[in-house]
Write a protein that binds this ligand. Structure first.
Ligand SMILES: [Zn+2]
Length: 186
């Protein structure tokens, strides 16, 4: 029997210890919220994947179907700008850029607390990342809508869209960076 695939969501902390609110409690809350959202999808996609969000991972073990999400203090720290030369939107809580060669998702922590909201922003970016949808994704509503709020929910439209797309099972064009250590981008 084939074993279920682990869908790794590698969360990268580029905030601590600058902001004391971005502490282990906050990070746990983010992990659990993302896990809960992914379980909603896993429940209707039987045997297809095991959600694996977490803050420690081996970059060499990041698979093409996995997702890496960077948590940064604000858009001034944007890796999309620094590494890819693309200007991120300054009014959103996060940004995902994809161009067919690389996919880079980031969340701006400053001004987006509490933890549940940060988790929802991260999940929103995860959806952009995996579905390869731009602003058109926002019409799905709930956690896919813009702006993403603390009380945004993963609604049936978003669940259905991700299930139909086999979201955790589909390879993406190379998570950023799949081949270097998390600390090497600063
Ligand atoms: Zn969006």
């Amino acid at each position: 029997m084939a074993s279920a695939r682990v869908f790794q969501v590698a969360l990268v902390d580029r905030v601590s210890p600058v902001a004391d609110y971005f502490n282990p409690h906050t990070k746990n809350e983010i992990t659990y919220t993302i896990f809960d959202h992914l379980m909603e999808i896993a429940k209707v996609t039987p045997g297809r994947f095991i959600p694996g969000p977490g803050w420690s991972y081996r970059p060499a073990h990041v698979q093409p179907h996995d997702v890496v999400i960077y948590f940064l203090l604000d858009s001034g720290q944007s890796l999309v700008r620094k590494k890819l030369g693309v200007e991120p939107p300054t009014t959103d809580g996060g940004c995902t850029y994809f161009n067919g060669a690389v996919t880079l998702s980031e969340v701006y922590v400053d001004g987006s607390m509490p933890a549940t909201r940060l988790a929802n922003v991260a999940f929103h970016e995860l959806m952009h990342n995996k579905l390869k949808l731009g602003d058109g994704m926002h019409v799905l509503g709930g956690v896919a809508a813009k702006p993403t709020q603390e009380n945004s929910r993963l609604n049936p439209e978003s669940i259905g869209c991700q299930r139909r797309s086999s979201i955790p099972c589909r390879n993406t064009p190379k998570p950023w960076p799949s081949d270097s250590r998390p600390g090497s981008l600063v």
